[in-house]
Ligand binder design. Structure first.
Ligand code: SAH
Ligand code: SF4
Length: 371
């Protein structure tokens, strides 16, 4: 019998599947509770379900785990996981320690088709979309690994791939991620999807979810953005920002605009002023990301003073601006450095030891904040 990974289904879809076979749909709640709250690996463990139903479920479904092919641990406590998929492709997820919780950055595709000039993932090209199960499993598996050593409360879809180019699977996975009763129980306020700006999909997202939106703007003029992000030739800055202006935002929420600062490319005083003007009609906050350098890319990070000046101009215009050097740069786990290169892992197959808490000295070391 052809089995499928139960993580590919939302709880609602699974309840329907059961109902179609004459099994009470509330069994879906029980099964999901076992899988996501109790980290069960087999139907045999689900002792509050009859043996007969358990046997039938085991005939039809597997409960997917990803194979951890390696992990790397940064001096700042960031852990990068290399996962091997069933077809031997690889993806990365990054667990980032914050003050009193962890944030997990997950991937949505193997590689990426968008071809942004500054991004290492772009160099892999596009291999394939992740399944719903593969997206969700990154969180379930890392949560298990973390155990009771810390609280994983925030999810960012900012790893490898363009989430809106894998729309259906991302939306299905979000249903389980934000299923507050029997799923992974993340608050929609703590889940953020980052996109390069696929405008039609972005419009759909606003209707289908209430998670946070982040948009990688990265330039203030079309001629620069055309070069940095080829998607801009299809959906130029005006159409992207127009969609953002119309994006439905619940109370007090804002769209985060990510802006990589690249020396001599998009970091001028004029750029800062233009950015402030462009975002004026939108409820927004700005995340400045000094470019993370990587081999084979000629772009450079601007000097600290330049970054500081850029931030000041925006702040004087009333914007909330966060400038940060990404964590995990020493293990190539920072924004735009994910390439799932197995050679770069030295603890192959081992589970990382996650310490309880990270010292503030360690944190200050790696997460230099300019605000
Ligand atoms: N595809 C989505 C999400 C993944 S990329 C997107 O583009 O938004 C996540 C973030 O990393 C984006 O804001 C992107 O602009 C940023 N990024 C990519 N390469 C980078 C680099 N080398 N340095 C700093 N940020 C980078
Ligand atoms: Fe893809 Fe995002 Fe990288 Fe662009 S920045 S290539 S959209 S992952």
């Amino acid at each position: 019998m052809l089995q499928q990974d139960i993580l590919n289904l939302t709880r609602k879809q699974f309840a329907q599947w059961l109902n179609d076979r004459g099994i009470a749909p509330y069994r879906a709640d029980q099964v999901f509770k076992w899988i996501f709250l109790r980290q069960a690996d087999s139907f045999g463990e689900m002792t509050d379900i009859s043996k007969q139903v358990r046997g039938m479920l085991a005939d039809h479904f597997t409960i997917g785990r990803l194979k951890t092919a390696g992990t790397r641990r940064s001096s700042d406590g960031t852990v990068k996981y290399l996962f091997e998929l069933s077809d031997r492709e690889h993806i990365e997820s990054v667990l980032i320690p914050e003050d009193d919780h962890y944030t997990l950055c997950i991937s949505t595709q193997v590689g990426c088709a968008q071809g942004c000039a500054f991004c290492l993932t772009a160099g892999i090209g596009f291999k394939r979309n992740l399944t719903t199960a593969e997206i969700t499993a990154q969180i379930r598996d890392v949560k298990k690994d973390l155990g009771d050593k810390g609280k994983l409360t925030n999810i960012v879809l900012m790893g490898m791939g363009e989430p809106l180019a894998n729309y259906k699977n991302v939306i299905n996975s979000l249903a389980t991620i934000t299923d507050g009763d029997y799923g992974l129980q993340f608050s929609t306020r703590k889940v953020t999807l980052s996109t390069s700006g696929l405008v039609p999909m972005l419009e759909r997202l606003g209707h289908d979810t209430t998670i946070n939106l982040a948009v990688s703007l990265n330039a203030t003029e079309n001629r620069t953005r055309d070069i940095l992000m080829p998607i801009n030739r299809k959906f130029p800055i005006e159409s992207l920002l127009d969609a953002c202006r119309r994006y439905p935002l619940s109370n007090r929420r804002k769209i985060t605009f990510e802006y990589i600062l690249i020396k001599g490319v998009n970091d001028s005083v004029e750029d800062a002023k233009r950015l402030a003007r462009l975002l004026r009609p939108i409820k927004s906050k700005i995340n400045l990301i000094p470019f993370n350098e990587h081999q084979g890319c000629g772009f450079r990070r601007p000097a600290k003073e330049r970054i500081e000046l850029f931030r000041e101009i925006l702040q004087k215009q009333g914007y909330t601006v966060i400038t940060r050097l990404s964590k995990g740069a020493d293990i190539s786990a920072a924004c735009g450095q994910l390439a799932a290169n197995i050679k770069n892992y030295n603890e192959k197959g081992q589970s990382p030891v996650i310490q309880e808490g990270v010292s503030s000295a360690q944190r200050a070391d790696a997460d230099e904040r300019f605000q």
